[in-house]
Write a protein that binds this ligand. Structure first.
Ligand code: MN3
Length: 254
């Protein structure tokens, strides 16, 4: 696993997940993962997406029903995005790790480069989506609006105001070339917040960046409802951001 994969994994491992959530039964592969992180708590996390007993990565259940984000994110998109696309990253990661294990047991070492790239892509895809589901919540569950507390203060400090941050974040997401993500991250040396673009699932993320908020702008994330209107999807996403969870991610980075 490359630095990024490890670092993103480490970032996830630093999350203290508390509270309660509701899940769709469709992909209930493990116990319900909660919505939100209690700011200021640093409880050892329940890491969604990995079965330690089996030593395999697994698809974590959505923390809400697939229709919960309607009308902003439609149920069909959620079902396919989670059940097919996210699952493919999980399967791809398990497959790549098994292939590397086989190489260690005497297989063709010339294929290590190929499978290493596969690990990077699929591990990042798995982590990105595991975070992404938690970063959204229905409006009636508190999605949308603006952050509060330290995250709000940090956004004002580093971007000038929430409105300036939002305009910057939306434009960064709209301008991702091809398939990728836009992220609000905390840079670890300065503790400053920064907005970065990520191509594919793994490229261009600064080393040890701590994810605070991310939006998937692969076409599979919006094409069914929004077709080529990526900016409309981005505006809709802003209405279902689970700021409470993002506040918890920031609190867990300290
Ligand atoms: Mn996706």
């Amino acid at each position: 696993m490359n630095n990024e994969g490890l670092n993103r994994r480490s970032a996830l491992a630093g999350i203290g997940l508390v509270g309660a959530g509701i899940l769709s039964a469709a992909h209930a592969t493990q116990p319900v993962e909660p919505l939100g992180v209690e700011p200021g708590t640093k409880k050892k996390p329940t890491l969604p997406g990995y079965d330690a007993a089996k030593g395999e990565f697994i698809l974590p259940a959505l923390p809400y029903d697939k229709s919960a984000l309607e009308p902003h994110i439609d149920a069909t998109t959620m079902e396919i995005h989670h059940g097919k696309h996210h699952k493919a990253y999980v399967d791809g990661l398990n497959k790549a790790l098994a292939a590397l294990r086989d190489i260690r047991e005497g297989g063709d070492a010339a294929l290590i480069k190929h499978w290493s790239r596969e690990v990077s892509f699929h591990a990042s895809g798995h982590i990105n989506h595991t975070l992404f589901w938690q970063m959204m919540a229905s409006e009636k569950s508190g999605g949308g609006g603006q952050p509060s507390g330290k995250l709000a203060e940090s956004i004002t400090r580093d971007f000038g105001s929430f409105d300036k941050f939002a305009a910057h974040f939306k434009a960064a997401a709209a301008q991702v070339e091809g398939s990728g993500w836009a992220w609000l991250i905390q840079e670890p040396l300065s503790q400053r917040l920064m907005i970065v673009q990520q191509e594919k699932q793994q490229d261009m993320m600064p080393t040890d960046a701590r994810a605070i908020l991310g939006i998937d702008v692969w076409e599979h994330a919006y094409y069914i409802k929004y077709q080529n209107k990526r900016s409309d999807y981005i505006s809709a996403f802003m209405k279902v951001i689970n700021w409470k969870f993002c506040e918890g991610l920031l609190a867990a980075t300290v």
